[in-house]
Ligand binder design. Structure first.
Ligand SMILES: Cc1ncc(COP(=O)(O)O)c(C=O)c1O
Length: 370
């Protein structure tokens, strides 16, 4: 496990190492490293067994040391959503990066060119404007920039709308000397991985029949990751949330409570009524993401309780029965609905093993949304 990247800049933090996580001031994000390592090992083994390249999406943790852990476990490279995230990862020595976002505008394109000079970079595109911008930016570079065509296989976000349109864009990419068409990418709708793979198989066949090899067919998503090995055409899989897991994945039966590595530690600051507790974790700690669920997180130590409302700094907990615990001052751990957005809210995470703080890691790519 990597050494802390965060200067232990005050005595409170320095004194925490080796101590129980209960001593961490709240609200705070606590990460159980044993659970993280088990999550990484399990899905890496699955990908290895099925001949799939695993390309973890680092938006879940935004921490270079964790990306390095995934690479050491056997990942083929990493996936970032933003140039800012990729810059942080490249600075830390991560050398194979896929950015799954249409990059537009002179400021970002200039950064992209610099990034391409210091790591093996692949970028996705779903339209001609983006492709033309990438081609102009990379003109005269030592080597062409690798491009995947992003395909909308049903999620209704970005992506070309048909296999024929994928071929059309692939041809345009291949026509630019500064670019190299490498294949196809999709982020399928959860539960629709099979249909997405069939879509991609058709697009790949069209490209190959046209003389455009498609060595990379990249799909992803934690909800469907345990079926990734049966998708045939797919060569690499991008999973992000599997690293921590969260309440949304428990609800989808993709993981168990024990597989959730990230919790938000909060303190009960008030017990205004017998059935209500107020905690110091509101929307700025738990986020207001519901992801179709009721309530804003799961409290394993109070499984019947519901975090039914949030204001910015307060969480409202319905304890369901008249309850004599938790008391004011007690700390509770919450599995958030959506771990990835929680990561973006904190400067540091407290890494624990067996309930003791072993490291404090800076969330270096938090807020790098440009
Ligand atoms: C393009 C892309 N690939 C992969 C992922 C990873 O998805 P998950 O966190 O479900 O594994 C995401 C998540 O937002 C994504 O947008």
């Amino acid at each position: 496990m990597p050494i802390s990247s965060l200067p232990l800049d005050d005595d409170t933090n320095r004194n925490l190492i080796g101590q129980s996580f209960e001593g961490i001031d709240t609200p705070a994000v606590v990460v159980d490293l044993d659970v993280v390592e088990a999550n990484v090992r399990r899905f890496q083994a699955y990908c290895d067994d099925h001949g799939l390249g695993l390309r973890p999406h680092i938006k879940t943790h935004k921490i270079p040391e964790f990306a390095a852990l995934q690479m050491t476990a056997g990942a083929v490279g990493i996936n970032c959503q933003k140039i800012g995230e990729a810059e942080v990862m490249a600075d830390a020595g991560l050398s194979d990066i896929l950015i799954t976002f249409n990059i537009l505008g002179p400021a970002k394109l200039a950064r992209l060119r610099r990034l391409a000079e210091r790591c093996a970079l692949t970028v996705t595109a779903d339209n001609e404007t983006v492709v033309a911008g990438l081609a102009a930016t990379m003109a005269g570079a030592g080597q062409p920039l690798d491009i995947l065509v992003e395909c909308d296989t049903g999620a209704g976000r970005c992506g070309v709308q048909s296999p024929e349109a994928a071929l059309d864009l692939a041809r345009r990419i291949a026509a630019f000397p500064a670019l190299r068409f490498r294949g196809l990418m999709t982020y399928p709708k959860a539960g629709a991985a099979r249909a997405a793979a069939d879509w991609l198989a058709k697009a790949k066949a069209l490209c190959e029949a046209d003389g455009l090899p498609c060595p990379v067919v990249s799909s992803g998503g934690t909800p469907d990751m345990w079926g990734a090995g049966d998708l045939g055409t797919v060569t690499e899989y991008r999973a992000g949330t599997y690293f921590y897991n969260d309440r949304s994945l428990i609800a989808r039966k993709v993981c168990a409570v024990a597989d959730c590595a990230l919790t938000v530690l909060a303190t009960v600051v008030s017990r205004p009524t017998a059935g209500r507790a107020i905690i110091d974790a509101g929307s700025k700690a738990l986020t207001s993401d519901l992801l179709g669920l009721e309530g804003y997180g799961f409290i394993p130590s109070l499984p019947k309780a519901s975090i039914y409302a949030l204001s910015e700094e307060h969480g409202f907990v319905d304890l369901r029965d008249d309850a004599d615990r938790p008391a004011v001052g007690d700390k509770i751990r919450i599995i958030p609905n959506h771990a990835c957005v929680v990561s973006n809210l904190v400067e540091r995470v407290y890494a624990i093993r067996d309930g003791k703080v072993v490291d404090i890691l800076r969330v270096q790519a938090r807020g790098r949304s440009q």
